[in-house]
Design a protein around this ligand. Sequence first.
Ligand code: AMP
Ligand code: ZN
Length: 492
Amino acid sequence: MTLRLFNTLSGQLDPLTPSDGKTLRMYACGPTVYDYGHIGNFRTFLQIDVLRRFLRLAGMEVRHVMNITDVDDKIIRNAAAAGVPIGAYTAKYEQAFFEDLEALRVERPEQIARATEHIPRMVELVERLAEKGAAYRTEDGSWYFRLAAFPAYGKLSKKDLSGMEDGARVDVDEYEKDSARDFALWKAAKPGETSWETSIGRGRPGWHIECSAMAMTYLGESFDLHAGGEDLMFPHHENEIAQSETATGKQFARHWMHVRFLLVDGRKMSKSEGNFYTLRDLLLKGYKASAIRLALISVPYGRQLNFTFDGLIEATNAIERLRTFRARLTDGAFAAGENPVLQAAAKQASVDYREALADDLNTAGARAPVFELVRSANTAMDQGQLFIRDRDAILAVLKDFDAVFDVIEDRDAEPTRRALAWAEQAGRMGDVAPELLARQSITDEQVDALLAERVQAKKQRNFARADAIRNELTQKGIVIEDSKDGVRWKRR
Ligand code: AMP
Ligand code: ZN
C-alpha cells in the first residue's frame, strides 16, 4: 500500500516511497529547547508520528532524524538571565520535551541530533559554500548566504520574491517574506555569548545551517522526506534548500510535508500570542494523555485544527467507547463459528481504514469505519450473533487502529502521575483540578478492597454500608458497573 502524501514542493499528492527501495529516510525539524513545548508544537510531532507509524504499518522501514536546537538567540538570552551555561539551561527543557513525547506516545525517532554536537559539520558546509562563492564574510566575522547564488530560491513556498533587495542582509533566524535577503550562516561571537572557535572564526551557527548539516550527516545529501510545521516553510526550509542544494548540486529532500497549525479562536497557538496550553497544563486539568493525543491527530495534518475543550471531551468519550468495546470482546465468552455479515464488515473496515490513511493521512476518514464496526459488533453481541472468529477479526482491526492511533491500550495513569509530581516540585499544585486530586486519592488495591467489602455488606443485607461504599468510590472518581459476571470498575 503506497501513501499518497501532499508534497509542498510539487504542489500535489505524490506517492511517498523510499528512493533506495527499502528505508524511508526522513528529517523532521525538532524543538528549540528554551521552554516547555505547547500542544501546538506537539500536534506537529504527533502528526509526524502518525506518518511514521503508517509507513511501518504499510511494511516500510523508516530512518527518522530529528534535531534539537539547543543554541539560538532565545536560549542564549534566557540562560544568561538565569545565570547558567546554555547546556544546563537546555538540558531541563530537552528532558521535559522527551517526557511529554512519551506521555503522548510519540515514537522516538531513530536519530536525535543536537545542534551543539554538530558544529564541525556546519562549519564544513559554510566552507563549501564559501568555495563556491555562495557565502561571504562580513566585517564583524559573520558569514552570510548570498541569495543571488541560488536562482531557484522560493520554489518551496512559491512566494514571489522579485522585490527582494540584492545584497541586503538579515541576521535574525525568523523573518517575514518581504525581508527575504541574504541570511546568516554563522554569527560572529558577541562578548559574553556562547561561541565556538573554528576555522571560519569564533562564533555560533545560524538556525538554518544546523538542519542542513545534520540532515545530510545522517541521511545523505539527498533524501526522501523533510517535515515540519507550516510556519517553517519560509524562511527556514527555503533557506535549508538554498544552502544544501548550492553546496551539493543535488536535490536536498524530494518530498516536503507541512503540518497545518493548531489554532485557538482562529489564531495560531503560540508563545508570543500567550494563547497556549502545555501538555502539563491539560494533564493537571484532569484530561488524559490519550485523549489529548487523539484530539490532536483526529483532524488530518493538512487541515488547521481549532483547539477546544469540547474536542478533548469528545476524544475522551471516543477512547472510552473503544476500551469498553475491546474489554467486552476480550472478556466475553463466544461460541465457535462466524457471522458472515460481521466478517464482511471487519474486512471492509480494515480496507477503508488503510485506504483513508494512504490518502494523504486522512485520520478523520480512518477513524470513521472503525467506529462503524464497533457499532455493528456491539449490536451483534447484544443479539448473541458474534462468534469467536468474528471476535478475532475485529480485534485485528483494533490492533491496526492502535498501530497508528495508539489510544486503546490504557497507559494514562503514568503521565498523570508524573504531571502531578512535576506540579508538586514546580509549585503548580494550585492548578490541579479538584476532581483529579480526589481521583488520585485512592489506589487500585483500595478500590478492590472496598468493592469486596461492598459484596459482603450486600450479602448481609447491610445496604446502608453498601451504598456508603458506592458513594465514597463515586466521589473518588470510580465508576462501578454491576453485571451478571460480577463487578467491574474504572476511573472516570
Ligand atoms: P519550535 O520549538 O518553536 O521550533 O517549534 C517546534 C515545531 O512546532 C515546529 O515544527 C513548528 O512549526 C511547530 N509549531 C509551532 N506552533 C505550532 C502550532 N500552533 N500548531 C502546530 N505546529 C506548531
Ligand atoms: Zn529545521
